[in-house]
Design a protein around this ligand. Structure first.
Ligand code: TMP
Length: 207
């Protein structure tokens, strides 16, 4: 099963994945974590280019295409082969990040962005997408404390507000695939929600 985690800056996705993977493995599931952009040797090189603060002149279309290049590689090299072996892929971001950031955030035409995403992924869609939802000010504040600032974090607060609203729109449009988690809760409560929702889906129960 293919499961993705999404969320705006500072929503804590990355800190939740290792304990979630460990928990699922204890339950006997074969889980493989991935992240985007990156997750392959080629993808990690593309990530450097996208995130480098020096590349301030990068056009949104260039940015959009670089994300798709990294994604095409990880889909073919890692995700599809492992899904075919019956593993669970848990990805830190996937194509919904492109729709939220490049589509809603940068205002790139949504239909064109969706076509690019379709080309990059060959249409591979997650069975479950978990959105760690958080207000923009709290998220950026958390992120600046972690000193992981990248080129995208430096976009305006309005950009990040459009991203958050975009995510909530996507979740509302496809409620069977999305689950929204309140990431403003204490860390343990967020982790508890993640475990419960993933287990429910793996066991075939409605969440
Ligand atoms: P992260 O490692 O903090 O998740 O950073 C990834 C950054 O890349 C984050 O700012 C979101 C952005 N991003 C996009 O804009 N589009 C995409 O398709 C992906 C995968 C990430």
């Amino acid at each position: 099963m293919f499961i993705t985690l999404e969320g705006p800056e500072g929503s804590g996705k990355t800190s939740h994945i290792p304990p979630l993977v460990a928990f699922l493995r204890e339950q006997g599931y074969r889980v493989f974590p991935t992240r985007e952009p990156g997750g392959t040797a080629i993808g990690e090189q593309i990530r450097e280019v996208i995130h480098d603060l020096k590349n301030a002149e990068m056009h949104p279309r260039t940015e959009t295409l670089l994300y798709q290049a990294a994604r095409a590689q990880i889909v073919e090299q890692t995700i599809k082969p492992r899904l075919a072996l019956g593993e669970i892929i848990l990805s830190d971001r996937y194509f919904d990040s492109t729709i939220a950031y490049q589509g809603y955030g940068h205002g790139q035409p949504l239909e064109e962005v969706r076509q690019l995403v379709q080309y990059a992924t060959g249409g591979l869609t997650p069975a479950l997408t978990l959105l760690l939802d958080l207000d923009v000010e709290t998220g950026l504040e958390r992120k600046s404390r972690q000193k992981e600032w990248n080129r995208l974090d430096a976009y305006t607060v309005d950009f990040h507000k459009r991203v958050r609203a975009g995510y909530l729109t996507l979740a509302a449009e496809e409620p069977a695939r999305w689950q929204v988690i309140n990431a403003a809760q204490a860390w343990d409560a967020v982790q508890g929600d993640l475990r419960r929702l993933v287990l429910a889906r793996l066991q075939g129960q409605p969440a």
